[in-house]
Design a protein around this ligand. Structure first.
Ligand SMILES: C[S@@+](CC[C@H](N)C(=O)[O-])C[C@H]1O[C@@H](n2cnc3c(N)ncnc32)[C@H](O)[C@@H]1O
Length: 210
């Protein structure tokens, strides 16, 4: 029997569901219906994708992580679980409803910036944060204007130190295409246990040539 998207999202929030309440699929779906191009996905990332992101990003050894597009915060919580106790996580979220909920997370390591990934440099400077070890991005590059996508990638590359990583998870290859021009060749893996299956890209910034 087929079911509508809201019915499926409610089922995911039901007691006993595989997904904990923290991913808030109903709120996610509501915001998707309001701003589909900005949210870019109908349901939040799965536990399996969250685990992959934690692994690929090296979050367990990071001092400072930046997350673009935390949404309802499933990925954010997974990162916070993995991060060292004295690390920092700067979450940059465009959607005011998501940002307000993230600000209520009771974790002193988390700072929330309400605004665009384009603000990366200012968001770090305002909080006197140095270069991040890793930037993790779930924002939909395939639905944003190409010049904005390029500007975001240039801002990431400028902010990362040598050895720093940029990890992006996407259904479509737009970030891969833009990224190859600006960041070079990524490592790419597939996260199949997610709806939809995601490509996970990881770029590492090389050390400058002597
Ligand atoms: C596909 S959702 C990912 C949510 C969550 N990280 C997850 O994996 O379940 C994309 C998120 O990026 C946010 N977003 C879109 N464009 C953005 C931008 N330019 N800067 C910051 N956040 C943005 C959306 O509001 C949304 O929360």
């Amino acid at each position: 029997m087929s079911s509508t998207l809201p019915e499926r999202a409610r089922a995911l929030e039901a007691p006993g569901s595989q997904r904990p309440q923290t991913r808030r699929p109903m709120q996610f779906l509501r915001e998707f219906l309001r701003r589909p191009r900005e949210i870019g996905s109908v349901v939040p990332s799965s536990r399996f994708l969250e685990e992959r992101l934690v692994d690929v990003s090296g979050a367990a050894r990071a001092r400072l992580v930046v997350e673009f597009g935390p949404g309802t915060g499933g990925t954010t919580r997974a990162l916070l679980r993995a991060l060292p106790f004295d690390a920092r996580l700067l979450a940059i979220e465009l959607n005011p409803s998501f940002a307000a909920d993230l600000e209520a997370f009771a974790d002193p390591r988390l700072a929330v910036h309400r605004g665009s990934a384009l603000d990366l440099q200012d968001a770090l400077a305002q909080r006197k944060l140095s270069a991040p070890d890793v930037v993790i991005s779930g924002i939909p590059f395939s639905t944003m204007p190409e010049d904005i996508g390029r500007a975001i990638l240039r801002a990431v590359w400028a902010a990362l130190p040598p050895g720093g990583r940029f990890v992006a998870y996407q259904f479509r290859d737009a970030v891969g295409v833009l990224g190859r021009d600006i960041l070079g060749q990524p490592d790419v893996s597939l996260a199949l246990l997610n709806v939809p299956p995601m490509r996970v890209y990881c770029w590492r910034k090389p050390a400058p040539r002597a």
